[in-house]
Design a binder for this molecule. Structure first.
Ligand SMILES: [Zn+2]
Length: 409
């Protein structure tokens, strides 16, 4: 087992490494410029093409190898390690935002607090800017990198994207233990510096569609209405789905859609349900309960009901004792930050974790209000965030051979 604190002390005692890290202080201004450029390019989930094209061009400009885009839209670039037989490290950040193309993209600097405010600024313009600038600097590092590094910007991380980009990236590059290339995955999010996500929260999303004949609200007043049924069903679900105290779980009806006009008995209505749990079996139980209620509430008749799965994020967790998790925690401690409690979240890391491929998700700076137009990032900690990723990447490139055993936790 590697002694992480000792390893970090000896690594950072090397003059080349110490200088490389301290230079992030002056370079974070360039990173902030890049963040603003990226933030100004709209990138809703399923429509990331314009932002992907920018990242592709930047990957080419920093002279990565094998720069290309796959058929789902992910952008890849590679850096060759000194020992191609070793497992590779993948560093990723997602391209998509929760905002539509119409969302006003203005960024404001609040100088007193040194904050940058704007939709998607932290989630994930900063992650992408970090990807480019880390790739640029790691191309000529003052130290040896044994493993290949794949830099990947993924599509479809948010909402109904259902992590499709990361699914494809892991499938394409493959897991080292199963004959593929990837040994470790580091997922970057702009916000969340000081946290280490080592586990993927399980998510199941269901969409219920009710359809019927429809009709005039007066002439066909006895015609069954899909909207009336959907609100009854919603009430039955809200009253009938009970959540356990532990493991932590959640139930949410996030969307109700349907109808054509106020004086029409609705022919169509739907609701979308988001279920989450820290535990796989509990999530299955919750889903079964939801399906049971839907079936009870819908006796055979003129209205037909269908349930479709519109999202499925597997739950899986890496032990807090795994070398990669200890390294991520050790790096934060080394940089003088409080010792984090490795936690569970719903990020691109779910996919490698579900494939028993060691992965963590880490943040570049602190910030708040993600997924709102008041989203902001704090500028001063960005340099520390980049030092963090640099150190973790350096450890991963040197030790991912030792980290190939999967330890669930
Ligand atoms: Zn994100």
């Amino acid at each position: 087992m590697i002694n992480i604190p000792r390893e970090l002390d000896s690594l950072t005692a090397r003059p080349g490494v110490a200088r490389f890290l301290s230079e992030w202080g002056n370079l974070s201004a360039n990173v902030i410029g890049e963040v603003k450029t990226i933030q100004a390019i709209p990138s809703p989930t399923f429509d990331e093409g314009e932002r992907a094209a920018y990242i592709l061009q930047r990957f080419q400009a920093v002279r990565l190898l094998d720069v290309h885009q796959d058929e789902v839209g992910n952008v890849y670039g590679r850096m060759a390690g000194s020992d191609p037989s070793r497992p590779a490290v993948m560093v990723s950040a997602h391209l998509d935002t929760v905002f539509s193309r119409q969302t006003v993209q203005d960024v404001r600097l609040i100088s007193q607090t040194e904050r940058l405010v704007g939709p998607g600024i932290g989630d994930n313009s900063l992650g992408l800017a970090a990807l480019i600038h880390l790739a640029d600097r790691f191309r000529h590092p003052p130290f040896e990198l044994p493993s290949d590094i794949w830099w990947v910007a993924t599509v479809g991380e948010e909402g109904l994207g259902d992590l499709k980009g990361m699914r494809r990236a892991v499938e394409t590059l493959g897991v080292y233990r199963s004959g593929g290339r990837l040994g470790v995955v580091l997922v970057m999010e702009g916000i969340g510096l000081g946290r280490v996500y080592r586990a993927g929260l399980g998510v199941r999303r269901l969409r219920v569609d009710i359809t019927g004949p429809g009709g005039h609200s007066w002439i066909n007043a006895d015609c069954p209405s899909a909207i009336h049924r959907i609100v009854e069903l919603g009430a039955a679900l809200v009253n009938g789905v009970q959540l356990p105290d532990k493991p932590r779980s959640s139930f949410n009806i996030g969307l109700i859609e349907g109808g054509t006009s106020i004086n029409t008995r609705a022919a169509l209505a739907s609701l979308s349900i988001d279920l989450r749990s820290e535990d796989r079996a509990t999530l299955t139980k919750l889903e079964n309960r939801v399906r049971e209620i839907i079936n009870q509430e819908n006796p055979p008749g003129e209205l037909s009901v269908s349930i479709s799965v519109v999202g499925d994020r597997p739950s899986a967790s890496l032990s807090a004792d795994h070398g990669l998790v200890r390294a991520a925690v050790g790096v934060l401690e080394h940089l003088g930050m409080p010792t984090p409690e490795p936690e569970m979240g719903s990020t691109d890391a779910n996919i490698p974790l579900a494939n028993q491929l060691p992965a963590v998700c880490i943040g570049i700076t602190t910030g708040r209000n993600a997924h709102t137009i008041e989203e902001y990032i704090d500028l001063p900690p960005i340099a520390t965030g980049l030092q963090q990723v640099s150190l973790l990447l350096l450890l991963a490139a040197n030790h991912c051979n030792d980290w190939q055993e999967w330890i669930a936790g």
